[in-house]
Design a protein around this ligand. Structure first.
Ligand SMILES: *Cc1c(COP(=O)(O)O)cnc(C)c1O
Length: 368
């Protein structure tokens, strides 16, 4: 079945006797045992598994063309679980512009436990130079934040396979509708479901999807169930509801972002536009090869004071995060702090689903 159909049907695991077309929210933390001590409903205790979470995991595994998924209470926890599952002393290769929350985790929580080389993954030649005897994993994030850099997943997965390394991909900016890293050779796909998957800026969550259920995956599942950083049944219900419209929301985000990118790329007050859908983007060809759409995130460099521009928007919300129905705008450098390498004149935009004319009009008046 195609993405739109999977999104609507794969999570509808019927478990009620009342004939609900849409699965109800199962708030019970504990489940009946039968006389032999078994669990006829397939669930024992809600930290270990829950009907709503199982449904969310099923639809995400199907959408990402994987064999299993684990849902978490945030994207940060999903990523941290992968790092926790690696043998202590392992070395990781990660992007130099890795999502800053993960960079922070690796540099603080995993200090003394894992070693990391942060490199520019758009230069795959650099990867082999950094592989060591204890390298366990290559972590990729594509498109990346905030410069929307694209990493060639086919090239990196060939390197990972040659050296028997796990390839994990943070695919949050692409969504499962526009990029399926497992089909390109990745072992694990990660999403912050707080973003496009939730899509309404009202639920926090994270997902991991695996290509195969190997030993690393068993450790990940164990950390999820024993560690317990799981989403609530209501969070899972909201995400399942959101996923049904995800393919159509993604089409809208991509269409609006492309129109805005084109408009800004010829604007006299703009120095540069970073959007993988523009032929001027440095890795546009790779993006075209591995993505079926370019999603709704773009960054711009403005001529002049970026803080002034973000302070002048009326329709856009000046706020962090991304992937919601409402357009968001953000001055990244001031969020990332004094050590950031992000240019001071960079503005990151999460293009929402408002009418494109209203989006452009607001940016136009803010730039003016
Ligand atoms: C937001 C985000 C995360 C972290 O997810 P949370 O749900 O905020 O914990 C990880 N990676 C990327 C690319 C993100 O945008």
């Amino acid at each position: 079945m195609q993405t739109e159909t999977i999104a609507i049907h794969a999570g509808n695991l019927t478990h009620s006797t009342t004939g609900d077309v849409t699965p109800p929210i199962s708030l019970s933390t504990t489940f009946f045992r039968d006389e032999n001590g078994g669990y006829p409903g397939g669930h024992m205790y809600s930290r270990v598994s829950n009907p709503n979470r199982s449904a969310l995991e099923k639809v995400m595994a199907d959408l990402e063309k994987g064999t299993d998924a684990c849902a978490f209470s945030s994207g940060n926890t999903a990523g941290m679980t992968v790092f926790q599952a690696l043998p202590p002393g392992s070395h990781i290769i990660a992007p130099d512009d890795m999502y800053w929350g993960f960079k922070k985790q690796l540099q603080s929580i995993f200090e003394g436990i894992l070693t990391i080389d942060f490199i520019d993954l758009t230069q795959p030649d650099l990867i082999e130079e950094h592989i060591k005897s204890n390298t366990a994993m290559i972590w990729v994030e594509t498109p990346s934040n905030p410069l929307l850099k694209i990493t060639d997943l086919t090239v990196v997965s060939a390197i990972a396979k040659k050296h028997k390394l796990t390839l994990a991909c943070d695919s949050t900016f692409a969504s499962p509708c526009f990029q399926n890293p497992i089909l390109l050779g990745a072992d694990i796909v990660m999403h912050s479901s707080t973003k496009y998957i939730g899509g309404h800026s009202d639920v926090l969550g994270g997902i991991l999807v695996t290509a195969v259920q190997d030993e690393l995956w068993s450790r990940i599942r164990n950390i999820q169930q024993i560690g317990g950083a799981v989403p609530s049944p209501f969070d899972c219900f909201l995400l399942l509801r959101s996923i049904k419209t995800l393919p159509y929301r993604m089409k809208g985000h991509a269409e609006n972002a492309m129109a805005l990118a084109k408009y800004l790329s010829v604007h006299p007050k703009i120095e540069a536009v970073y959007y993988p859908g523009l032929p001027s983007h440095a890795q546009h060809e790779i993006a075209t090869k591995q993505m079926s759409g370019f999603a709704g995130m773009l960054s711009i460099l403005v001529k002049g004071d970026a803080r002034k521009v973000v302070n002048q928007v009326r329709l856009f919300a000046q706020a962090t995060s991304l992937g919601g129905v409402e357009s968001l705008i953000e001055h990244r450098a001031s969020v990332e702090g004094p050590d950031t390498k992000t240019p001071q004149n960079l503005i990151r935009i999460s293009v929402g689903l408002e009418h494109i004319d209203d989006i452009i009009a607001d940016i136009e008046q803010a730039l003016g």
